[in-house]
Design a protein around this ligand. Structure first.
Ligand code: MSP
Length: 656
């Protein structure tokens, strides 16, 4: 019997100089959704993610942290991996570019390219952006055109890859494989880039130490993209890829920022080595915050944990995939997130599930009613909508049109809602002669709900499994075949399972404040417990047992005495006060989650302890540049401002 067809997909491998934010989480959620969908379609799927651990950035970050590079990246890689596990989106293969098997694959790929005549030694001088790990086309003294940060002039001996000779082969490849670059707009962008001519590419470095050595050519180490891209191959067998049978990849999911590396460099490297090319590269857009790409340096980063803590992972998955058309940029907004949660999840899916189950419980003792055969146009309309959805939604999944998938499922949900409003089963229940009709209506609702759950499972695995169990199904929904899904599979007489809370309604302002407060706490490492911190935010989150830190860690936090100059409430944010605080060198605007406990006018002139070197953030749309220290008192975490009762200390004095 032939085995299942294999399907291989990848997320980008993420840099280890920071921790995941919503943008990275989006790439991984997308891949997890595709993986789940493909498994439900009968594929043997492998999904790879991992960490990109070499390069000058890491060298510098490790130095700053006073640890060896290997130690630094090991800790960061563990953080990334643990977070994906915690969020329920672990990869099947987690590749680190410091893995030995990866080094062997990179060295092997280089050897093949060199033997085939596509590598030559040379010198290179250029402006290099250390943040993007790339030479950029600017003059000395100019900033990086991509990220706007300073560039450095670098001259070094390196090996070059003859990218220029691949212009025609690449253009031919794109022409023969129109599906290779998606979406279409990116394809056009890459076509014109390649048509404009390609320059040879330096693929090794002699100026940095932290990289995979080029065998016999020390001090050359591999250039970051030659190293990083190869991770996709090392994860599934490297030189022995044929034995594992997953290469070539079916799809690389990437952000639009790295499409060029994946659709120009990577296929050229593989062509040069005589290896098979991936079938597709799909570039999604960015999640923006206030119209800018999220980045740590801009202080506009949103991370997944606070959202998951308040609304749950399925809500985050739903929001990210529903709100934005895959391939386009989207704006992240807490407001829209909670709005979607309440309207689509709490009032939509959650409410339908609990209503339907409650009525079957009440009128049929919790047992799915049998349907008396016969044509009934009211009931058939629902059946036809569901059948059309089954066919269309698979097609939308196939082209990664997740927003359309969800639109259609939520259309079915609202059809069932309307159907219930029109049919009024609660009225029919009062008339014993209408029992068959009542059975039909409740069967149809439950069956449509079952179908909606199966179809939504790849996007919302946890809550759909709960609904599946609520409908009396005992199996793991992951194993449900989408190919066999059809109307009428819910068996009459099935006893419903226990009802469970799916998406409790939440008050918008409170949810946002809780998420923002958690976001403003220092990120807690997953692999080690975090130190307890006072917070300028509102509700105190559970605090882990304190870890001991060295004095050098403490010294990183700059705290100064500040004096509150003005204080006012923020419309729409019950817990926040907007303060201006004199910290000696300047007046800062800081938001503090103390509004329920302090009258603004009584704070004027008060001296407080301020963390002054926190990256600025926006809280409910208001810029906050620093944090006021407060004790967190009692189980509800009531904030009590730290102060200086003994002496009138000078404004700007440092706290040590
Ligand atoms: N290490 C390289 C990729 C090497 S792949 C062989 C890299 N890493 S990264 O940590 O910067 O993460 C890149 C990916 O994270 C992006 O391509 C994108 O998939 C995702 N995102 C990072 N910020 C993002 C947004 N604001 N929005 C959506 N996704 C973005 O580049």
């Amino acid at each position: 019997m032939p085995g299942k067809p294999k399907y291989y997909l990848t997320t980008p491998i993420y840099y280890t100089n920071g921790l995941p934010h919503i943008g990275h989480t989006y790439s991984t959620i997308v891949c997890d959704t595709i993986r789940r969908y493909k498994r439900m379609r009968g594929y043997d799927v492998v999904m790879t993610t991992g960490t990109d651990e070499h390069g000058v950035n890491v060298e510098r970050a490790a130095k700053k942290a006073g640890v060896a590079e290997s130690e630094f990246v090991a800790k960061m890689a563990a953080e990334w991996k643990a977070l994906w596990d915690e969020l329920g989106i672990p990869s099947d293969e987690f590749i680190r570019t410091t893995d030995l098997k990866h080094a062997h694959t990179v060295q092997w790929l280089f050897k093949l390219c060199r033997e085939n005549g596509y590598v030559y030694p040379g010198h290179y001088t250029g402006q290099y952006c250390i943040y993007d790990n790339a030479y950029v086309d600017v003059k000395p003294g100019e900033n990086c055109p991509d990220c706007g940060r300073p560039t450095e002039t670098v001259t070094e001996a390196n090996y070059f890859f003859k990218l220029s000779t691949f212009q025609k082969p690449l253009l031919d490849w794109y022409a023969q494989h129109p599906e290779f670059i998606q979406p279409e707009s990116r394809r056009n962008e890459i076509l014109s880039f390649v048509e404009g001519g390609l320059r040879d590419l330096s693929i090794t470095r002699t100026t940095i130490r932290w990289g995979i050595p080029v065998p016999g050519e020390e001090p050359h180490v591999f250039y970051v993209w030659f190293d990083a891209l190869t991770a996709y191959l090392s994860a599934v067998g490297g030189p022995n890829y044929e034995k594992q049978g997953y290469w070539p990849a079916d799809v690389h999911i990437v952000g639009k920022d790295i499409i060029r590396f994946h659709t120009v460099y990577w296929p050229a490297f593989l062509m040069a080595a005589g290896l098979p090319l991936p079938k597709q590269v799909w570039a999604h857009g960015w999640f923006l915050m206030d119209a800018a790409k999220m980045s740590k340096s801009k202080g506009n980063v949103v991370t997944p944990r606070p959202i998951v803590g308040v609304l749950g992972m399925d809500a985050l998955r739903y929001y990210l995939l529903r709100e934005t058309v895959f391939g386009q940029d989207g704006n992240f907004s807490y407001d829209a997130l909670v709005q979607r949660y309440n309207s689509d999840l709490a009032n939509g899916l959650g409410n339908l599930a609990s209503r339907t189950a409650a009525m079957i419980e009440k009128y049929f003792d919790g047992s799915v009613p049998a349907v008396v055969a016969g044509i009934d146009p009211r009931y058939d309309a629902l059946l036809h909508t569901a059948l059309a959805d089954i066919a269309d939604i698979s097609r939308y999944y196939d082209v990664f049109n997740f927003s359309r998938v969800l639109e259609r499922i939520w259309n079915l949900i609202s059809e069932v809602d309307k159907f219930l409003v029109i049919q009024q089963p609660w009225t029919l229940a009062e008339d014993p002669s209408k029992r068959d009709h009542l059975a039909r209506i409740l069967y149809a609702s439950a069956e449509a709900l079952r179908i909606a759950s199966v179809l939504a499972h790849p996007v919302m695995p946890e809550s759909t499994q709960k609904i599946w169990n609520l409908l009396g199904q005992k199996t793991n929904l992951d194993l449900q075949s989408l190919d066999e899904l059809t109307w009428g599979q819910l068996k009459a007489g099935t006893q419903l399972g226990k009802s469970q809370a799916l998406f409790p309604r939440i008050e918008k302002a409170e949810a946002i404040e809780r998420m923002e407060a958690m976001e403003n706490e220092p990120q807690k490492p997953v692999t080690a417990p975090a130190a307890a911190t006072a917070t300028g935010g509102a509700a105190a989150a559970p605090q882990a047992a304190p870890e001991k830190i060295g004095i050098e860690d403490f010294a990183k936090v700059e705290m100064r005495v500040g004096q509150i100059k003005t204080a006012e409430r923020i419309v729409g944010a019950d817990k926040l006060l907007k303060l201006t605080v004199d910290i000696g060198t300047e007046i800062r605007q800081i938001c503090a989650g103390i509004a329920p406990f302090y009258e603004p006018e009584k704070l004027i002139g008060r001296k407080v302890a301020v963390v002054v070197n926190l990256a600025p953030r926006k809280l409910r749309g208001v810029e906050s540049n620093g944090m006021i220290i407060a004790a967190s008192v009692g189980p509800e975490g009531r904030p009590v401002l730290a102060g200086f009762p003994d002496e009138d200390v000078e404004i700007g004095a440092r706290l040590k």
